[in-house]
Write a protein of this length. Sequence first.
Length: 477
Amino acid sequence: MSTTLITGGTVVSATGRGDADVLIDGERIVAVLAPGSELLGTDVAASVDTVIDATGKYVIPGGIDAHTHMELPFGGTSASDTFETGTRAAAWGGTTSIIDFAVQRYGERVQDGLAAWHEKARGNCAIDYGFHQIVGGVDDDSLAAMRGLLDEGISSFKLFMAYPGVFYSDDAQVLKAMQVSAETGLLTMMHAENGPAIDVLAAQLAEAGKKAPYYHGIARAWQMEEEATHRAIMLANLTGAPLYTVHVSAKQAVDQIAWARDQGWNVFGETCPQYLYLSLEEQLGGFSEEWGQFEGAKWVCSTPLRSSKDGHQHHMWQALRTNDIQMVSTDHCPFCMKGQKDLGLDDFRAIPNGIGSVEHRMDLMYQGVVTGKITLERWVELTSTTPARMFGLYGRKGVIQPGADGDVVVYDPHGHTSISAATHHMNMDHSAWEGYEIDGHVDTVISRGKVVVDGGKYLGSKGDGHYLKRGLSQYLI
Ligand code: URP
Ligand code: ZN
Ligand code: ZN
Ligand code: ZN
């Protein structure tokens, strides 16, 4: 077991910042010290195995991306990052834990879906990983199985009001699953879009010859998200289930969540970098030499990118400040253009849904600090501390304190990051963030005490990451 001292940096938490040295022994943080401290009469720096000089840099708890889909079979293909490639890319970007979604489909057993996810991830991850459980078929068997999830270290499950015929649950199924949520304390995560209505609109658009990626965003209108968010909130309130709405993009859905929170209800919301920066017109309606109008397929995801004309992005940044939205995940679900997205070349309905960003979340959110949209402390809170609390990992993850796992990132505010498919580490033939420039840089990444990224070199190996057994949410009111 080796010891590491990170010295000279500014340690940032969700509640403040201060100059301190961080001592890691083996896999754990053992001390946060006044700069240059002696410990029991010995010079700490002289007695550790490794000293990392963080002078002029931020020392933050490793990022937690609570919404990823490695190797997800979806839309006639599979998400292009494996647990190996996706978690390595995450590490490059300063994320030291992910929570991925194990999948149970209609007609399958929850236990079998979960076992399959363990099989994909075990021994392959670069960083620690946990699972949420997707329940794609709510019936007596899966409802019973949900009661056993906490013993497996899974304290949250996702339901879909969208994707009829794939993962969709009707209101009766949502109600029954939420009753189990209320009874067990498991957090209900909701994909809140009115899937059946969206499918009618999408079919009508396609029949009228409107088949370009742009129309994906037209079919999935904000009304479909607002309505489903409201319905989910009311069903949660009726049953007493705590509710976490995933990948919120419409300002009207944000307002529903804010309203529910104003009632004092256990209702939470997550957004993703794409909804803060990208738009229906610029990206989904984009055009390129190579792909023509099909360029927009790179940004086909659900919920969709919203119009830049209606102030959704501005409203979302505001909600991050006011805590109407509590955290930022990526919904990392990458597909290559060639051989995957191009399944929908002739019809947007056949484009696999998803964007890959697991590598860039910390940087993209840090840019919000640079531009004055959020504070440094809020950056840490949105990307690490709240994800840890929300999903039952806090204490071990999400904070730099004695006893916590040695998951630490040294972030250089004077560094620079240019995002490009030519340099990223995700298994994707394009980047949704091509050309984005970040006024900051992930310098060193330590995962459970091991330096995995340092000075542009990857030092980790597959299997470094362990399965995280999670407890109940520590965020509920
Ligand atoms: O487009 C998306 N979001 N793909 C991933 C699946 C989901 O709904 O989260
Ligand atoms: Zn979803
Ligand atoms: Zn997702
Ligand atoms: Zn740097």
